[in-house]
Write a protein that binds this ligand. Structure first.
Ligand code: SPQ
Length: 430
């Protein structure tokens, strides 16, 4: 799909961003492993999460989709999954692949996990290595740690692990938490910095035992989990595009309803406030450890900043759109300690710099991030973000502030996380 994005003069309105992708995946996983019914309201109906649903259906779990975004999972307990017929296809979703690898390592059946062209190039050694230390038997083709990977669960027994993670990754942590539910004893996972904690929060809310002390997590073999009703907050990673559009398009004001503001995810709000953004967090909905808020954002004059260290895992998926904001900020913005961007759906350092340079920005890549000088006028052109949903959405927001019209190729990739993205953008123009 190719779309044309004309320059925007002003954006105004209210947006309900779709449900959080990370939480939606985990809701299906824990719902399937719990006893009884789990009802997930405001579930993200997008390709990545639909692939997670399909995989659990293949393992014998009944999952109904009701209305637009309610998912009802009939859980069968921790030992209730059955051997799938055929390969389990995670599509484009790294979260599905990596979390499932940990879960499948603990099942008494064999399985094969695969993905699309992009996912088959993403590194799986980060989960394969510690899972093998637990006794899991995982085999890639020609002994390489890329999908497709065969998981020989039948007859395997998992040992507990004391593991220091080399990178701050919620997917690695979550994979190990899921495997450790089937281990012989308690496990300890040490993180270099705190990444999103949705797995820890959700396991606890389903009645599981888990303990977090700073960067260290202790997990236990779980006797039983219990189905829950969950209201999934809006995805701050999706809200990020509208936050940025409102900041950069003159005379704009957007209200974002019910956005998840879990502190392990809300780094973008801290960065934009430090850059001088007018952002008002209006109402905190309860939601226990997954709080959410209505956020009002207005056009603002921004100044450059430095983004580094423990802040990075709190905004890793937002860095491409923050880089766009930095092209319009006064002065220099430096993003460092962000090598992880290289192993996402694309090399997001290369793709961010490539797209923004092409549209007129002053931006250079560094080995672990990028340096941006602003402000620079942007000029509409042809952009090819490739098969990365976040790059398509960033390029679209760049098109709104560029002079003239911008053409975005491969625009259909938004379906990975945000099928209504273009319709919602258009509704805000005035
Ligand atoms: O699922 P996938 O494809 O890895 O999705 C991405 C995204 O941009 O949507 C990353 F490409 O988000 C990851 C995120 O970067 C989702 C995630 C999670 O739900 O646990 C954690 C982050 O990855 P990581 O490697 O830092 O754990």
């Amino acid at each position: 799909m190719v779309i044309s994005v004309p320059h925007a003069n002003r954006l105004q309105g209210t947006i309900h961003v779709p449900g959080d992708k990370s939480i939606s995946h985990r809701g299906v996983i824990f719902g399937a492993l719990a006893q009884g019914t789990t009802r997930l309201e405001n579930f993200l109906m997008a390709d990545d999460c639909i692939n997670t649903i399909k995989i659990f259906r293949q393992m014998g779990i009944e999952i109904d989709i009701k209305g637009h975004n309610t998912v009802v999972v009939q859980g069968k307990g921790i030992y209730g999954l059955s051997a799938p017929k055929g390969q389990l296809d995670a599509g484009n979703s790294g979260t599905t692949a990596r979390l499932l690898m940990g879960l499948l390592a603990g099942q008494d059946f064999d399985s094969i996990l695969t993905g699309d062209d992009s996912l088959r190039k993403r590194p799986m050694d980060r989960v394969v290595i510690p899972l093998r230390q637990m006794g899991a038997r995982l085999m890639g083709i020609e002994n390489k740690e890329f999908l497709p990977i065969t998981i020989l669960g039948k007859g395997a027994t998992l040992k507990s692990i004391d593991y220091t993670m080399p990178v701050a990754s919620a997917q690695v942590k979550s994979s190990l938490i899921l495997a450790s539910m089937y281990a012989d004893n308690s496990s300890h996972i040490h993180q270099p910095a705190i990444s999103r904690d949705h797995t820890e929060i959700m396991l606890e809310s389903f009645g599981g035992r888990i303990h977090t002390d700073g960067e260290t997590i202790t997990t236990y073999p779980q006797p039983e989990l219990y189905g829950q009703d969950l209201l999934i907050p809006g995805d701050i990673s999706s809200a990020a595009y509208f936050l940025t559009a409102a900041l950069l398009v003159p005379d704009s004001e957007i209200i974002l309803k019910n956005v998840g503001i879990n502190p392990t995810r809300s780094g973008i709000l801290d960065v934009y406030k430090a850059m001088g953004a007018s952002i008002n967090i209006e109402r905190i909905y309860s939601g226990g450890k997954e709080p959410s808020a209505d956020i009002t954002v207005k056009s603002s004059s921004l100044k450059g900043t430095v983004i580094e260290g423990s802040l990075i895992p709190r905004l890793i998926d937002e860095l491409p759109i923050i880089a766009l904001a930095a092209t319009q900020a006064e002065g220099t913005t430096i993003i460092k300690d962000a090598e992880e961007l290289k192993v996402k759906e694309s090399d997001r350092i290369d793709s961010t710099v490539g797209i923004l340079k092409k549209i007129g920005a002053n931006i250079e890549s560094t080995p672990d991030g990028m340096i941006i000088q602003g402000p620079s006028p942007l000029f509409g052109t042809q952009l090819r973000p490739g098969s990365d949903h976040r790059m398509v959405m960033m390029a679209t927001i760049a098109g709104l502030i560029a002079q003239g019209s911008t053409t975005i190729h491969d625009a259909n990739w938004v379906n990975i996380s945000y099928p209504d993205f273009f319709a919602q953008i258009e509704a805000l123009r005035c």
